[in-house]
Design a protein around this ligand. Structure first.
Ligand SMILES: [Zn+2]
Length: 230
């Protein structure tokens, strides 16, 4: 079982997702101090190493991204509630199971803000580190082999360890799901395309506040970024 994280122990404890504790963490001292954090969930207990066996990672070329399926966006009455997000949960759940069965790595990209984050000048406070609102919704909780990467703005690549993780997993193609189609999905997809990744957006597993915004973003991704909408 591989377990890794790139943050200090106290920080690591604070960004636990859900009620369970994650396994031991390793600090990668070679990485610069980006604000984003990444760790792979592991069964509680022992860490057996820092690297996945080569036969396990060598053939991997795809990864499945689940963006911002967090309580503060999804629960009824949440500060940045996206009501339509609740509608995509069953499809997303199915897709996650399908990916797990295919042994495709699942990477949750999660908004995770400081209390006085500058983003709160644009949006109401949401997904503050250590709060229930910053946790992945109950229905889609990650499992032990999934990865979680935290972010502090729209793109999953900006000051996060996502790119490092994708390189490490030898990923060339990303399948993207989550919310909102016109914000975090769009900007993450854009950054992925600019970095040379092949990207597919899973149409039934992304949504937005309005149909117009959703459709506009899909169109941008398809026509401008040449992303496949599947
Ligand atoms: Zn945010």
């Amino acid at each position: 079982m591989v377990k890794q994280a790139f943050l200090g122990a106290s920080e690591f404890q604070r960004i636990r997702c859900g009620k369970e504790r994650f396994g031991e963490e390793k600090r990668f001292s070679s990485l610069r101090g980006d604000s984003g954090q990444m760790r792979r969930r592991g069964a509680s207990g022992s860490a057996k190493g820092t690297r996945a066996p080569m036969d396990k990672i060598a053939k991997r070329s795809e990864a499945y991204l689940v963006i911002d399926m967090l309580n503060d966006f999804i629960l009824s009455g949440a500060p940045l509630e996206v009501p339509k997000a609740r509608e995509i949960i069953p499809k997303l759940k199915e897709k996650i199971v399908e990916m797990r069965n295919k042994k495709i790595p699942i990477i949750y990209i999660c908004d995770n803000h400081r209390k006085n984050d500058p983003e709160f000048k644009i949006w109401p406070a949401h997904c503050v580190k250590g709060t229930k609102g910053a946790e992945i919704v109950e229905e889609l909780k990650p499992e032990k082999d999934d990865y979680v990467v935290t972010k502090t703005t729209y793109s999953g690549f900006f000051k996060t360890k996502l790119e490092y993780l994708l390189k490490r997993l030898k990923v060339k193609k990303l399948m993207v799901s989550g919310i909102l189609t016109n914000i975090c999905v769009l900007y993450t997809v854009s950054d992925a395309v600019l970095r040379g990744y092949e990207v597919e957006v899973v149409k039934d597993c992304v949504t937005s506040l309005t149909e117009e915004e959703h459709n506009f973003a899909l169109q941008q991704m398809e026509k401008v970024l040449k992303t496949k909408i599947i």
